[in-house]
Ligand binder design. Structure first.
Ligand code: MG
Ligand code: MG
Length: 246
Protein backbone atom coordinates (compact mmCIF):
# COMPACT_ATOMS: atom_id res chain seq x y z
CA UNK A 1 0.00 0.00 0.00
CA UNK A 2 1.21 3.51 -0.85
CA UNK A 3 0.63 6.31 1.67
CA UNK A 4 -0.01 9.95 0.81
CA UNK A 5 2.25 12.76 2.03
CA UNK A 6 -0.43 13.63 4.60
CA UNK A 7 -0.53 10.07 5.91
CA UNK A 8 3.25 9.92 6.14
CA UNK A 9 3.21 13.20 8.07
CA UNK A 10 1.00 11.51 10.69
CA UNK A 11 3.30 8.49 10.76
CA UNK A 12 6.25 10.83 11.26
CA UNK A 13 4.48 12.27 14.33
CA UNK A 14 3.80 8.76 15.66
CA UNK A 15 7.44 7.89 14.95
CA UNK A 16 8.67 10.88 16.94
CA UNK A 17 6.64 9.68 19.94
CA UNK A 18 8.25 6.25 19.59
CA UNK A 19 11.69 7.91 19.46
CA UNK A 20 10.83 9.78 22.64
CA UNK A 21 9.81 6.48 24.29
CA UNK A 22 13.24 5.15 23.31
CA UNK A 23 15.03 8.14 24.83
CA UNK A 24 13.06 7.93 28.07
CA UNK A 25 13.40 4.17 28.55
CA UNK A 26 17.10 4.24 27.55
CA UNK A 27 17.72 6.86 30.23
CA UNK A 28 15.93 4.69 32.82
CA UNK A 29 17.93 1.49 32.16
CA UNK A 30 20.35 0.78 35.01
CA UNK A 31 21.20 -2.11 37.34
CA UNK A 32 18.28 -2.68 39.73
CA UNK A 33 15.51 -1.32 37.52
CA UNK A 34 12.59 -3.65 36.73
CA UNK A 35 11.10 -4.07 33.27
CA UNK A 36 7.72 -2.95 34.69
CA UNK A 37 9.35 0.35 35.68
CA UNK A 38 10.54 0.79 32.07
CA UNK A 39 6.98 0.18 30.87
CA UNK A 40 5.74 2.91 33.24
CA UNK A 41 8.30 5.34 31.81
CA UNK A 42 7.08 4.61 28.27
CA UNK A 43 3.42 4.99 29.29
CA UNK A 44 4.19 8.41 30.66
CA UNK A 45 5.52 9.49 27.24
CA UNK A 46 2.41 8.20 25.46
CA UNK A 47 0.17 10.07 27.92
CA UNK A 48 2.17 13.29 27.65
CA UNK A 49 2.00 13.20 23.82
CA UNK A 50 -1.67 12.18 23.63
CA UNK A 51 -0.74 9.04 21.71
CA UNK A 52 -2.42 5.65 21.95
CA UNK A 53 -0.54 2.38 22.43
CA UNK A 54 -0.55 -0.18 19.65
CA UNK A 55 1.04 -2.80 21.92
CA UNK A 56 -1.41 -2.65 24.85
CA UNK A 57 -4.17 -5.27 24.37
CA UNK A 58 -2.64 -6.44 21.06
CA UNK A 59 -3.94 -10.04 21.15
CA UNK A 60 -4.14 -9.45 24.90
CA UNK A 61 -0.59 -8.10 25.41
CA UNK A 62 -0.62 -6.38 28.85
CA UNK A 63 1.93 -3.54 28.41
CA UNK A 64 2.94 -0.65 26.13
CA UNK A 65 6.46 -1.97 25.42
CA UNK A 66 8.15 -5.35 25.05
CA UNK A 67 11.21 -5.90 27.24
CA UNK A 68 13.43 -8.80 26.18
CA UNK A 69 16.65 -9.33 28.19
CA UNK A 70 19.70 -11.44 27.24
CA UNK A 71 18.61 -14.69 25.53
CA UNK A 72 15.08 -13.34 24.97
CA UNK A 73 14.65 -12.36 21.32
CA UNK A 74 11.34 -10.47 21.34
CA UNK A 75 7.89 -10.05 22.96
CA UNK A 76 8.95 -10.09 26.61
CA UNK A 77 6.20 -8.94 28.99
CA UNK A 78 7.39 -6.22 31.40
CA UNK A 79 7.16 -7.34 35.03
CA UNK A 80 9.26 -7.87 38.13
CA UNK A 81 12.36 -8.94 36.17
CA UNK A 82 15.32 -6.96 37.58
CA UNK A 83 18.11 -5.86 35.22
CA UNK A 84 21.68 -6.52 36.33
CA UNK A 85 25.08 -5.10 35.40
CA UNK A 86 26.28 -6.85 32.23
CA UNK A 87 22.81 -7.76 30.92
CA UNK A 88 21.58 -6.64 27.53
CA UNK A 89 17.97 -5.51 27.14
CA UNK A 90 15.87 -5.12 23.99
CA UNK A 91 13.06 -2.57 24.23
CA UNK A 92 10.37 -2.49 21.52
CA UNK A 93 8.00 0.52 21.51
CA UNK A 94 5.01 1.64 19.45
CA UNK A 95 2.56 4.54 19.28
CA UNK A 96 -0.54 5.62 17.34
CA UNK A 97 -1.26 9.25 16.35
CA UNK A 98 -4.54 10.00 14.53
CA UNK A 99 -4.84 6.34 13.56
CA UNK A 100 -1.30 6.01 12.16
CA UNK A 101 1.33 3.75 13.66
CA UNK A 102 5.02 3.90 14.54
CA UNK A 103 7.10 0.90 15.70
CA UNK A 104 10.79 0.74 16.64
CA UNK A 105 13.14 -1.21 18.90
CA UNK A 106 16.68 -1.04 20.24
CA UNK A 107 19.01 -3.13 22.38
CA UNK A 108 21.44 -1.72 24.93
CA UNK A 109 23.79 -2.88 27.64
CA UNK A 110 23.03 -2.51 31.36
CA UNK A 111 26.23 -0.93 32.62
CA UNK A 112 29.29 -2.61 31.10
CA UNK A 113 28.77 -5.68 28.91
CA UNK A 114 31.25 -8.26 27.62
CA UNK A 115 32.86 -8.06 24.20
CA UNK A 116 30.55 -10.56 22.51
CA UNK A 117 27.42 -8.77 23.71
CA UNK A 118 28.79 -5.44 22.52
CA UNK A 119 29.69 -6.86 19.11
CA UNK A 120 26.27 -8.55 18.76
CA UNK A 121 24.47 -5.25 19.38
CA UNK A 122 26.77 -3.32 17.04
CA UNK A 123 26.38 -5.86 14.22
CA UNK A 124 22.59 -6.08 14.64
CA UNK A 125 22.21 -2.30 14.44
CA UNK A 126 24.52 -2.23 11.40
CA UNK A 127 22.39 -4.94 9.75
CA UNK A 128 19.28 -2.78 10.27
CA UNK A 129 20.94 0.18 8.54
CA UNK A 130 22.13 -2.05 5.69
CA UNK A 131 18.53 -3.17 5.24
CA UNK A 132 17.18 0.39 5.39
CA UNK A 133 19.55 1.42 2.56
CA UNK A 134 17.71 -1.02 0.30
CA UNK A 135 14.34 0.77 0.72
CA UNK A 136 14.64 2.69 -2.53
CA UNK A 137 11.90 3.04 -5.16
CA UNK A 138 12.54 0.62 -8.02
CA UNK A 139 14.37 -1.89 -5.81
CA UNK A 140 12.76 -5.15 -4.67
CA UNK A 141 11.63 -5.58 -1.06
CA UNK A 142 13.55 -8.75 -0.31
CA UNK A 143 16.87 -7.03 -0.98
CA UNK A 144 16.32 -5.76 2.57
CA UNK A 145 16.57 -9.26 4.00
CA UNK A 146 19.51 -10.14 1.81
CA UNK A 147 21.45 -7.11 3.10
CA UNK A 148 20.54 -7.79 6.76
CA UNK A 149 21.53 -11.44 6.49
CA UNK A 150 24.82 -10.63 4.81
CA UNK A 151 25.89 -8.27 7.62
CA UNK A 152 24.77 -10.63 10.42
CA UNK A 153 26.20 -13.83 8.97
CA UNK A 154 29.48 -12.22 7.86
CA UNK A 155 30.03 -11.47 11.56
CA UNK A 156 29.41 -15.12 12.49
CA UNK A 157 25.93 -14.56 13.91
CA UNK A 158 22.57 -15.93 12.77
CA UNK A 159 19.27 -14.36 11.76
CA UNK A 160 15.93 -15.40 13.28
CA UNK A 161 13.52 -16.82 10.69
CA UNK A 162 10.21 -17.16 12.57
CA UNK A 163 9.73 -13.43 13.28
CA UNK A 164 10.02 -10.75 10.59
CA UNK A 165 9.44 -7.11 9.75
CA UNK A 166 6.26 -5.81 8.16
CA UNK A 167 4.54 -3.05 6.30
CA UNK A 168 2.90 -0.53 8.67
CA UNK A 169 0.30 2.22 8.40
CA UNK A 170 -3.22 2.21 9.84
CA UNK A 171 -2.39 -1.11 11.48
CA UNK A 172 0.89 -2.02 13.15
CA UNK A 173 1.31 -5.22 11.14
CA UNK A 174 0.32 -4.96 7.49
CA UNK A 175 1.29 -7.08 4.49
CA UNK A 176 3.78 -7.74 3.05
CA UNK A 177 6.19 -9.21 5.56
CA UNK A 178 9.83 -8.13 5.51
CA UNK A 179 12.05 -11.15 6.22
CA UNK A 180 15.55 -10.58 7.59
CA UNK A 181 16.98 -13.16 5.18
CA UNK A 182 16.82 -13.88 1.47
CA UNK A 183 13.58 -15.85 1.02
CA UNK A 184 14.45 -17.10 -2.47
CA UNK A 185 12.43 -14.57 -4.46
CA UNK A 186 12.97 -10.81 -5.00
CA UNK A 187 9.55 -9.79 -3.62
CA UNK A 188 7.40 -6.76 -4.44
CA UNK A 189 8.67 -3.72 -6.33
CA UNK A 190 9.27 -0.78 -3.97
CA UNK A 191 7.35 2.43 -4.71
CA UNK A 192 7.32 5.89 -3.17
CA UNK A 193 4.81 6.04 -0.32
CA UNK A 194 5.32 2.50 0.94
CA UNK A 195 6.18 2.29 4.66
CA UNK A 196 7.87 -0.63 6.40
CA UNK A 197 9.11 -1.65 9.82
CA UNK A 198 12.49 -3.35 9.33
CA UNK A 199 13.53 -5.29 12.43
CA UNK A 200 16.45 -7.70 12.41
CA UNK A 201 16.63 -10.15 15.31
CA UNK A 202 20.17 -11.52 15.42
CA UNK A 203 21.37 -14.40 17.61
CA UNK A 204 24.92 -14.89 18.84
CA UNK A 205 24.54 -18.66 18.38
CA UNK A 206 22.11 -20.64 16.24
CA UNK A 207 18.90 -19.21 14.76
CA UNK A 208 16.48 -21.49 16.63
CA UNK A 209 13.72 -20.02 18.82
CA UNK A 210 11.42 -21.19 21.61
CA UNK A 211 8.24 -19.56 23.00
CA UNK A 212 7.97 -19.31 26.80
CA UNK A 213 5.05 -20.75 28.76
CA UNK A 214 3.51 -17.26 29.06
CA UNK A 215 2.77 -17.52 25.32
CA UNK A 216 4.65 -14.28 24.56
CA UNK A 217 8.36 -14.22 25.31
CA UNK A 218 10.52 -15.77 22.57
CA UNK A 219 13.99 -16.98 23.58
CA UNK A 220 16.94 -18.49 21.74
CA UNK A 221 16.79 -22.29 21.66
CA UNK A 222 20.48 -22.49 22.62
CA UNK A 223 20.26 -19.96 25.48
CA UNK A 224 22.76 -17.56 23.90
CA UNK A 225 22.25 -13.81 23.52
CA UNK A 226 19.97 -12.13 20.97
CA UNK A 227 19.68 -8.48 19.87
CA UNK A 228 16.86 -6.60 18.09
CA UNK A 229 16.85 -3.23 16.35
CA UNK A 230 13.90 -1.75 14.43
CA UNK A 231 12.86 1.44 12.66
CA UNK A 232 9.77 2.51 10.70
CA UNK A 233 10.85 3.79 7.27
CA UNK A 234 9.05 5.45 4.35
CA UNK A 235 10.16 4.99 0.74
CA UNK A 236 10.36 8.55 -0.65
CA UNK A 237 11.48 10.18 -3.89
CA UNK A 238 14.65 11.15 -2.00
CA UNK A 239 15.35 7.64 -0.69
CA UNK A 240 14.49 6.00 2.64
CA UNK A 241 13.16 8.32 5.38
CA UNK A 242 13.42 6.91 8.89
CA UNK A 243 10.26 8.07 10.70
CA UNK A 244 11.22 6.82 14.18
CA UNK A 245 14.18 9.13 14.81
CA UNK A 246 14.01 12.07 17.26
MG1 MG B 1 8.47 -3.34 17.17
MG1 MG C 1 7.56 -4.35 14.27
Amino acid sequence: MRRSAGEIAKMRRAGRVVAEMHEATRAAVRPGVTTAQLDAVAREVLDRRGARSNFLNYHGFPAVICTSPNDMIVHGIPGDVVLHEGDIISIDCGAIIEGYHGDAAFTMGVGTVDAEAARLMQVTEASLWAGIEQLVAGNRLHEVGRAVQDVAESAGFSVVREYVGHAIGTAMHEDPQVPNYWPGTPGPLLKTGMVFAVEPMVNAGSAGTRVLDDGWGVVTADGRLSAHFEHTIAVTDDGPEVLTLP
